[in-house]
Design a protein around this ligand. Structure first.
Ligand code: 13P
Ligand code: SF4
Length: 314
């Protein structure tokens, strides 16, 4: 019989948090969390960031243990950048469907067809794909990365929407893989326009993983960190937000006087939501599940990640 997971009450949550603090000290652990995490996870994180910030922090930390609250490719990247540290995830089932849309084998085949192209991979890829990649990028530095490579021909994997977005700002020929994010790609321009009719003065802020027709409506287009910065620094009262709903936690924390209207209530990444504080406690207690990457694959993948980290977003 299936069991129903009980939602902890405030008192239980406080107990978990207290235990987490204790364990963190004992293990010399750091908690890294993506902005799409549940609020209870963001509340206890040592660092909250987008994909670029998290990779940077994972590389720089002097903790012995990284408890990574994000999807699997992010924890894998932390392990690749820190082969001698223990990287844990609260729940290992946290995958990214977009990352699964490209395989090492598929990429090798495409490379054979375009031997002169440079491979640029969005970090939303497996270690095996990163090992076949010249340089990784995130949505925050994608264009800078593309313009940093010498070649005029780019193989771009896996996000067709981010690929389309950056292709508008470069003269390089881009061979674009047809992957997408199930969460961002489902938003339609009609949903955004319906909100715009209600709040005509509100700027539309969009993550570039959305469809081109949605991105075209954006007054601001950028990564999660970029969206937060734009909303923090501009003076509007209302904002129409086209990205995953977990960002609401930080938007409201940073700008409590502003109102954020999310373009769709269906923009929830279920893979990000599997983590919770109870599972974080269990991970630090049992020191499981640990993320492992084959050392030979990790060595090659590290080069493409290290190259990416040199291209700091503006
Ligand atoms: P950023 O964190 O780089 O904005 O990317 C969003 C995302 O979908 C992560 O999986
Ligand atoms: Fe993957 Fe999309 Fe979820 Fe990000 S939001 S982890 S790209 S499925």
């Amino acid at each position: 019989m299936a069991t129903i997971q009980a939602v902890p009450n405030r008192e239980q949550l406080d107990q978990y948090k207290e235990r987490l603090l204790q364990l963190k000290k004992e293990r010399n652990a750091i908690i890294l969390a993506h902005y799409y995490m549940r609020a209870e996870v963001q509340e206890v994180a040592d660092y909250i960031g987008d994909s670029f910030g998290l990779a940077q922090k994972a590389k720089d930390t002097d903790a012995d243990v990284i408890l990574f609250c994000g999807v699997h490719f992010m924890a894998e990247s932390a392990k690749i950048l820190n082969p001698n540290k223990i990287v844990l995830m609260p729940d290992e089932r946290s995958g990214c469907p977009m990352a699964d849309m490209v395989t090492g084998e598929g990429l090798r085949k495409l490379k054979a067809e375009h031997p002169n192209a440079t491979v640029v991979a969005y970090v939303n890829t497996s270690a095996e794909v990163k090992a076949e990649t010249d340089i990784c990028c995130t949505s925050s530095n994608a264009l800078k990365v593309i313009n940093s490579v010498e070649s005029d021909e780019i193989i771009w994997v896996p996000d067709k929407n981010l690929g389309h977005y950056v292709s508008q700002f470069t003269d390089k020929k881009m061979i674009i893989w047809q992957g997408y994010c199930n969460t961002h790609d489902l938003l339609t321009p009609e949903e955004v326009l319906a909100l715009k009719a209600e709040y005509p003065d509100a700027p539309i802020v969009v993550h570039p993983e959305c469809r081109p027709e949605v991105v075209a409506l954006g007054d601001y287009v950028g990564s999660t960190t970029g969206i937060l910065k734009y909303c923090r620094e501009s003076d509007f009262k209302n904002y129409i937000v086209a990205t995953e709903e977990g960002v609401r936690y930080m938007l409201e924390k940073e700008s409590p006087e502003k109102t954020f209207h999310f373009a769709s209530r269906y923009m929830v990444c279920p893979n990000m939501k599997v983590h919770n504080v109870k599972k974080m406690v269990r991970a630090l207690e049992t020191m499981q599940p640990q993320i492992e990457v084959d050392p030979e694959v990790a060595e090659k993948a590290r080069r493409s990640l290290d190259r990416m980290l040199e291209i700091v977003p503006k």
